[in-house]
Design a protein around this ligand. Structure first.
Ligand code: G6P
Length: 370
């Protein structure tokens, strides 16, 4: 069994450490930073639909839904198309308005999630065009889609998704950039900057894993007995706060809530005392000053702050009780890096609590019943 795990104690840790490769594999052959070009035959296939789409509806569950939420922010910003993100289970039952002008992007690691599949069948009947972003080749969602792109994360064994998520983000960035280029909604300089930063993601992820894992193990030790966690982020890092909280719940059974940082004053701030760890996803971006003041608000109430910050950001690092560093890249690309320390934090807390992180109780790798 240890051979299967490549020398790691768990599949989850093995898969976290595979990410430099799986992100690379998901980008490989699809982008050329020097030529400033992206090749995605699935996007070409439905390009006419995408370019005149009324809106894009992203349908997914769980971690894949969090990838979809980030995609909403990115596609709206870069492509100026209306995007909705839907939980498949809600979307399929609530008689949504769908027309043949809509493009649905379905995101699914397994390609077999029942709610997502049925939501697509319904939308297809109403004339929508379906684009699948799926990891498992030949899966049901891959087959029902009109076009698509595979993530190349390889088989994911750990029930809590890690490498499939970052592979989804990598390909979603390519899709957004490609569509923006086709639509002419992105300046060449921004396109080139984003593509160049994307190309560097695998090596940055490697750096985070090498430099931060031991530090995060120490941080995990301090907080393994906490009863609740709060995860806060703004803008592009908000979906990462949600994903960080989900990962912790899944593998440590600690209650965790993800929230938009500014929204905390409308509720979660009531929970803050010296027992509550608050994880901030606070890399340098256009919301930075705002999130710094959110950190101060937590500190003023004696909360413990654990922050993901950009290298060299002394201000955020000094304010936080514990810090996890990531390289600084364009704010649109930053989330694919900020999630890595949060995966490690959850993993180590789960292991400290003596739990089966690869197979948490009550969870299934793929939910093929509703
Ligand atoms: C289950 C898994 C999650 C996954 C979700 C959606 O809940 O435990 O890790 O994110 O299903 O699965 P999918 O295969 O559609 O991405």
């Amino acid at each position: 069994a240890s051979i299967e795990k490549g020398g790691f104690d768990h599949f989850m840790l093995k898969e976290i450490f595979e990410q430099p490769q799986t992100i690379f594999d998901s980008l490989r052959g699809r982008m050329d930073a020097e030529q400033q070009s992206i090749t995605l035959s699935g996007v070409d296939k439905i390009a006419d639909k995408l370019l005149k789409a009324n809106r894009v509806i992203i349908v997914a569950c769980g971690t894949s839904w969090h990838a979809g939420l980030l995609a909403e922010y990115v596609i709206e910003e870069l492509c100026r198309i209306n995007v909705e993100v839907e939980y498949a289970s809600e979307f399929r039952y609530r008689n949504p308005i769908i027309t043949d002008q809509d493009v649905i992007i379905a995101i699914s690691q397994s390609g077999e999630t029942a709610d997502t599949l049925v939501a697509l069948e319904n939308a297809k009947k109403q004339g929508a065009t379906i684009f699948g972003l799926v990891n498992v080749v030949g899966s049901s969602i891959a087959r029902i889609a009109d076009a698509g792109a595979y993530t190349h994360a390889g088989p994911e064994i750990g029930v809590a998704s890690t490498k499939a998520f970052t592979a989804q983000l990598a390909v979603l960035y390519l899709i957004a950039l490609k569509v923006a280029q086709l639509k002419g909604t992105i300046e060449a300089t921004l396109f080139n900057k984003l593509l160049a930063d994307l190309a560097k993601v695998p090596e940055h992820v490697k750096e985070i894993l090498e430099d931060q894992d031991a530090i995060i193990q120490e941080i995990a030790r301090k907080y393994s007995d906490a009863r609740d966690f709060l995860y806060l982020g703004r803008g592009y890092n908000f979906p990462i706060a949600l994903e960080g909280a989900l990962k912790l719940k899944e593998v440590s059974y600690i209650h965790a809530e993800g929230y938009p940082a500014a929204e905390m004053k409308h509720g979660p701030i009531a929970l803050v005392d010296d027992q509550l760890p608050v994880v901030f996803v606070a890399t340098k971006d256009s919301y930075h000053e705002k999130i710094i003041s959110n950190i101060q608000e937590i500190k003023a109430r004696k909360g413990k702050v654990i922050a993901v910050v950009s290298h060299g950001d002394e201000v955020a690092a000094d304010l936080a009780d514990d810090v996890m560093f990531v390289p600084q890249v364009h704010e649109i690309i930053a989330p694919i890096l900020s999630v890595i320390p949060l995966q490690l934090l959850s993993y180590h807390i789960g292991v400290n609590r003596g739990l089966d992180v690869d197979k948490p109780r009550n969870l299934a790798k793929s939910v093929t019943v509703e």
